[in-house]
Design a protein around this ligand. Structure first.
Ligand code: SF4
Length: 445
C-alpha cells in the first residue's frame, strides 16, 4: 500500500482496518516540505472564515497575488452588502519590501474609509509582511483612533503554520470584535457557527430554527454583518457546524461569555434530524421539542420519498471524499451509506485525531484514510480503489476529470445548497447525474 508514497507521509495514511483500532494517523501537523499538499495556506484559512462578513472591508496587505488567490473565494451569499465580494490589496512592490509597507497600509485604510465608509476593516498580513516585519498592530490602532471604526489585524503569513492556524487567527479576530459587548440581560436563542452561507445554506438552517421557534442571535460568518455579529453574546447556545474552523471560537466564547456549545452537522438526513432535535433539547421547552420531533419526522419522510428512486441506481457505487474538515467527512460517509454507496477513500485537509478515529470505525477495513494528501496520493488511491466519484473542492476537480471520474463540489464553488433536507435532495441528484452520466465511458476509453 505504501509503495511510491514518500517515507515522511506514511504516518498520515492508513485504512479503516487500522485507524482508530491499532493505530492513529499523524494529523494537525505542518505539511511535509516538497510533498505538494492540497492544503491552503494560513492566510487563506483566515480569509475564508472572515470573508463572508458582508459589510466588512477585507484589505490584503501583501502582493497582489495573495488578494487575487482569494478574491470572492466562497460562493457565500448576502442579504445585504456586497462589499465583501471585492478583494482589496496594498499591492506591495519591491520598493515597499525594501523600505517597509506600513505607510502604504495606513494610506490604503484612509482611502477605504473615505470611499466606502465600512463599519469594520480586517487587515490580512501575508507572507511578505511576515518577512519584512511591518508594525501592523500600530497602523491598525492608529487608524481606529483616526477614523472611529474597528480595524482588526489578522497576522497570517502563509508560511507560519497550516490552514488550521488561519482558522484560529480568524477566531481570535472575531473575539477581538466581540470584546466589550458582554450581555447581562436574559439569554435567548442560538448562534450558528461554521456555516458560510454557500448557495444560501445558512438561510436554510436559520429557516429551520425559526420554524421550531428558536431565535438566531448571530451567524458566524455566513451572511453576517458587523451589527449582527455584536448580538452574539446574548445567545444561550453556540451551534457549531464546521467544527474545524470554529471550535476555537466556540471555546473562547464559552470562557468569555459563558455560552456552551454543541457540534451539529446539517449534512445528510440522519445528521440534520439529529442536529435539530439536539438543539431543541438544549434550548427549547416542551413545545419546541415537540415541534422538532414532528418537523424532522415529516421532512425525513418527504425527503426519503424524493431521493428513494435514485438509491437503486447508486447502490454499490464507490465514493472518494477529500474535504476541508473531519466533521464534514464523517457526515459525508454517513450520507453515502444512506444512499447505498461505499466510501473507498476519505481524507481531509485539517481533520483531528478523534475525527479520524470516528472515520476509522465508520468505514470498511480496506477504505483508505489520509490526512493532508497531495495530488499523487489521491490519484493513486482513486485509481487503485476504483472510485466512481470524488467529492472535494476546487483543487480536486481537475484531478477527477483528468482521471475520468465523476466529481461533486462540496466546497467553495458549489451553486446548490447541500445542507439540510433540501441539501440531501440536491446532493443525491448531483451525485446521480454525475456518476450516471455516459461521458465517463468515453472519457475512460
Ligand atoms: S500568504 Fe503566502 S502562501 Fe498565502 S497566498 Fe500569499 S504568498 Fe501565497
Amino acid at each position: 500500500m505504501y509503495a511510491q508514497i514518500l517515507e515522511e507521509r506514511r504516518q498520515s495514511i492508513g485504512t479503516g482496518g487500522d485507524v482508530g483500532r491499532t493505530r492513529s494517523i499523524r494529523c494537525e501537523t505542518a505539511s511535509v516540505s516538497g510533498a505538494v499538499s492540497q492544503r491552503a495556506c494560513v492566510y487563506c484559512g483566515a480569509r475564508v472564515v472572515l470573508n463572508p462578513i458582508t459589510d466588512a472591508f477585507h484589505l490584503v496587505h501583501g502582493p497582489i497575488g495573495c488578494a487575487s488567490y482569494t478574491w470572492d473565494i466562497r460562493g457565500s451569499l448576502s442579504s445585504g452588502s456586497e462589499l465583501y465580494r471585492n478583494s482589496f490589496s496594498t499591492d506591495l512592490q519591491e520598493r515597499d519590501v525594501i523600505f517597509g509597507g506600513a505607510e502604504k497600509l495606513a494610506r490604503a485604510i484612509d482611502e477605504a474609509v473615505e470611499r466606502y465608509r465600512p463599519p469594520l476593516i480586517f487587515v490580512y498580513c501575508t507572507c511578505i509582511v511576515g518577512v519584512i516585519g511591518d508594525d501592523v498592530d500600530a497602523v491598525c490602532r492608529s487608524a481606529e483612533a483616526r477614523h472611529g471604526v474597528r480595524v482588526i489585524p489578522v497576522k497570517a503569513p502563509g508560511f507560519s503554520g497550516s490552514k488550521s492556524t488561519g482558522y484560529r487567527l480568524a477566531c481570535e479576530a472575531l473575539m477581538k470584535l466581540l470584546e466589550g459587548h458582554e450581555w447581562d440581560g436574559e439569554r435567548e436563542g442560538v448562534n450558528i457557527l461554521g456555516d458560510y452561507n454557500l448557495a444560501g445554506e445558512m438561510w436554510i438552517i436559520v429557516g429551520y430554527m425559526r420554524r421550531l421557534g428558536i431565535p438566531v442571535a448571530a451567524t458566524f460568518t455566513g451572511d453576517a454583518s458587523f451589527e449582527r455579529l455584536l448580538r452574539a453574546p446574548r445567545a444561550r447556545l453556540n451551534v457549531v457546524q464546521c467544527a474545524g474552523s470554529m471550535m476555537y471560537l466556540a471555546n473562547l466564547m464559552e470562557e468569555t461569555f459563558g455560552i456552551p456549545w454543541v457540534k451539529a452537522s446539517f449534512f445528510g438526513l440522519e445528521d440534520t434530524s439529529t442536529a435539530l432535535r439536539q438543539v431543541a433539547d438544549l434550548v427549547g421547552d416542551d413545545e419546541i421539542r415537540r415541534r422538532a420531533r414532528e418537523f424532522t419526522e415529516e421532512r425525513s419522510r418527504e425527503t426519503a420519498k424524493l431521493v428513494g428512486p435514485y438509491h437503486g441506481r447508486l447502490a454499490g457505487k464507490r465514493a472518494a471524499i477529500f474535504v476541508g474538515g473531519g466533521f464534514k467527512a464523517i457526515s459525508l460517509v454517513r450520507q453515502f451509506r444512506e444512499m447505498g454507496m461505499e466510501t473507498v477513500l476519505v481524507g481531509t485537509q485539517t481533520g483531528k485525531a478523534d475525527e479520524y478515529e470516528v472515520l476509522g470505525r465508520l468505514v470498511g477495513p480496506d477504505t483508505v484514510i489520509l490526512d493532508d494528501a497531495n495530488p499523487a496520493e489521491l490519484e493513486r488511491f482513486l485509481v487503485e480503489r476504483g472510485a466512481d466519484i470524488l467529492v472535494g473542492g476546487v483543487k480536486e476537480r481537475p484531478l477527477a476529470y483528468k482521471l475520468g471520474i465523476a466529481f461533486c463540489d462540496h466546497n467553495h464553488e458549489r451553486k446548490h445548497a447541500l445542507a439540510g433536507y433540501e441539501g440531501v435532495e440536491n446532493f443525491t441528484r448531483e451525485v446521480a447525474s454525475s456518476i450516471l452520466s455516459p461521458v465517463w465511458r468515453h472519457a475512460r476509453g
